[in-house]
Write a protein that binds this ligand. Structure first.
Ligand code: 13P
Ligand code: SF4
Length: 312
């Protein structure tokens, strides 16, 4: 509509005037992705945030992602269209309880998935994303015990992939636990020529059906490079926009969700809190802004930098 087009033009103009950069995750609404300077997975977004030279980082994603950008750029203004755009994984791991958990497991290396709060990162030895977790866990000496938080599904996947035992925190992603195995198998029966691909936040029984398991960027690359022409995609629905753009000739089918889910596929309500109107307002007002205590920034930066170093 004219309204959407107008908002998009205003945002592009304001970005230039204010020397702002718009970073967006693949799960963001299509119209936000269309005007972003960079669209990527959590690792790509952190790498991009680490090299930004704009004055303002407008982060179209969820709170922990904007916090990571702030930790990497403490002197820059980092703004998020809706501060309530959280994450069920980050919420499952309150810093005080996590601190107790660490204290109960002395001598363990603390590895946390980037989907956690800055306070939890400040208690961490190495941060990981779904794109680098296997490589990073494999780089840890075999005799070193590991605590992995907050995603138990990702943790179980990494244990099966690396053959390592890890002490897992009991968190999960509501969006990736919404997939129905029965419906997925039914769908696969209708499309036996399709390949199933899944994000590792999904449950073990969903992952067991997948030909490929990886981060959102990894899934897009796989679909691009594989010769198969049809894919059933088990991750948040928003990814289909960029994926389809990359492979216009291929058929992409979102994996079905359980009966009680709010939609037939699976959407992240947190990611969808950001709207084009909120992106515009946020840029006009330069608010809501992400602010963090100085000591948290300093402590959380160390495990994030370790991750960036180990991902090279
Ligand atoms: P990616 O890093 O694979 O994009 O995952 C982010 C996320 O929140 C998945 O739910
Ligand atoms: Fe968090 Fe899951 Fe949403 Fe990703 S999809 S932001 S892990 S709630």
């Amino acid at each position: 509509t004219i309204e959407i087009q107008n908002l998009k033009e205003q945002i592009i103009k304001l970005k230039k005037e204010k020397n702002a950069v718009l970073l967006a995750h693949y799960y963001q609404q299509t119209e936000i992705q269309e005007i972003a300077d960079y669209v990527g997975d959590s690792l790509g977004l952190s790498q991009e945030a680490a090299k930004v030279d704009a004055d303002i980082i407008l982060f179209a994603g969820v709170h922990f992602m904007a916090e990571t950008a702030k930790i990497l750029n403490p002197s820059k203004k980092v703004i998020l269209p809706d501060l309530n755009a959280g994450c069920s994984l980050a919420e499952s791991c309150p810093p005080d309880l996590f601190k107790n958990f660490i204290d109960q497991h002395p001598d363990h290396l603390v590895i946390t998935y980037v989907n956690c709060s800055a306070e939890v990162k400040a208690l961490t030895d190495i941060v990981v994303t779904s794109a680098n977790v296997v490589k990073i866990v494999e780089s840890v000496p075999k005799d070193k015990p590991i605590i992995f938080a907050p995603d138990k599904n990702l943790g179980k996947y990494v244990m099966s992939k690396t053959g390592r035992n890890m002490v897992l925190w009991n968190g999960s992603c509501v969006v990736h636990e919404a997939f129905s195995l029965d419906k997925l198998l039914e769908l696969y029966k209708e499309h036996p020529d399709a390949k199933i691909i899944a994000h590792p936040e999904s449950e073990t029984h969903i992952l067991a059906t997948a030909s490929y398991i990886g981060s959102t960027s990894g899934m897009i690359d796989y679909v691009k490079n594989d010769s198969c022409l049809k894919f059933i995609v088990a991750t948040e629905f928003g990814i289909l926009h960029k994926m389809q753009e990359e492979v216009p000739e291929k058929v992409l089918i979102p994996a079905p969700a359980k009966e009680d889910n709010t939609c037939a596929c699976s959407e992240c309500g947190y990611m969808k809190m950001n709207t084009l109107q909120k992106v515009y307002n946020c840029l006009v007002n330069e608010s809501p802004e992400i602010t963090l205590p100085e000591d948290i920034i300093q402590k959380a930066l160390i495990p994030i930098e370790r991750m960036l170093e180990l991902s090279k």
